[in-house]
Ligand binder design. Structure first.
Ligand SMILES: [Zn+2]
Length: 318
């Protein structure tokens, strides 16, 4: 502010009617304006560095500063030039003085407002630089608010999931049937359900030498739309896109000495990962024909204490 007042004094002195050479004084005015512009630019840069804004507004600020500098030079130089053309017209001198003083003062006010340490929303923007700064800060605030809301939502979901998992005895859940899938499996046999639910199928092979399980060939619809449900709750011990001859397969340890294995699923269709706890009836993947398979079908195996058993003795699969 003190600097700007000094500048005003200079301008007033050079515009005195008795001043000898007007072209000299107008050059002086322009030089003074440029000096001031450089000063403003330097202080702008310092402020930009000190503020260290999260978003990159350096380019916008530089453009804003350039505009302010140009406006300052033009505001001082043009009236001064006009004054030189009009010779010793006193009224023109007054105009030069007034205009120059007005410019200097209005810029000083803007400079002061910008320098003050205030929040983004507590003052109104006056220059292009300030408008850009306020906009950037507003965007940053909005982003931060969105991020907070997202984090809160995630935390809530995690909490709900934890609550579900700690419920203890897992009851049979109804898989999502919002799509055009078969209805959820309901028929249980000794605590097991049919891994194909109510989808149509026929059994082509059973447990025998050279075949470790039962093959359930689907008939009702496109195979890759037929979901495979966990026959019982448990922990996923295998979930792989290439599990030996089984191809895409999932194996579940039911925690009671029994395990089930589901093979030949469609690539990329697995819904669970090794280590996941799955509820009975939860979709674990979709029927396919991967691995050693010649037709779309579900190959299911059941083990009791590590020994293969006939799946039809345990699962309600007919
Ligand atoms: Zn098989």
């Amino acid at each position: 502010m003190a600097e700007n007042e000094a500048a005003n004094d200079d301008i007033a002195r050079t515009d005195a009617p008795e001043s000898a050479d007007r072209s000299v004084s107008s050059r002086k005015l322009v030089a003074e304006a440029r000096k001031q512009a450089r000063r403003v630019e330097r202080s702008e840069r310092r402020k930009a560095v000190a503020a260290a804004p999260k978003r990159r507004v350096g380019g916008v600020r530089a453009v804003g500063t350039a505009i302010a500098v140009c406006a300052l030079i033009a505001g001082v130089a043009i009236p001064a030039y006009a004054a030189t053309q009009q010779g010793s017209d006193v009224a023109a001198s007054a105009t030069v003085r007034d205009e120059a003083a007005e410019d200097a003062q209005s810029f000083a006010a803007g400079d002061e407002a910008q320098g003050a340490d205030v929040a983004a929303t507590s003052y109104s923007a006056r220059s292009a630089t300030e408008i850009a700064q306020v906009a950037a800060e507003r965007i940053a605030l909005e982003r931060a608010e969105e991020e907070r809301a997202r984090q809160a939502e995630l935390a809530e979901q995690a909490q709900q999931q934890q609550a579900q998992e700690s419920e203890g005895s897992p009851a049979a859940v109804t898989p999502d049937t919002s799509s055009d899938q078969e209805a959820a499996p309901t028929e249980a046999q000794n605590g097991w359900i049919n891994p194909l639910g109510s989808a149509g199928y026929y059994i082509s092979r059973s447990l025998s030498s050279g075949h470790d399980g039962t093959d359930m060939v689907t008939t009702s619809q496109a195979d890759w739309t037929v979901p495979i449900y966990a026959a019982k709750s448990g922990t996923v011990v295998v979930s792989s896109e290439a599990h030996y001859g089984w191809g895409v397969a999932v194996q579940i340890d039911h925690g009671d000495g029994t395990t089930t294995l589901y093979g030949h699923m469609t690539y990329g269709s697995r819904q669970v990962q090794a280590g996941d706890y799955v509820e009975q009836g939860q979709i674990i993947g979709y029927v396919g024909s991967t691995g050693r398979s010649t037709a779309h079908h579900l190959h299911v195996e059941v083990r009791v204490n590590g020994q293969l058993v006939e799946p039809r003795s345990y699962l309600p699969i007919g």
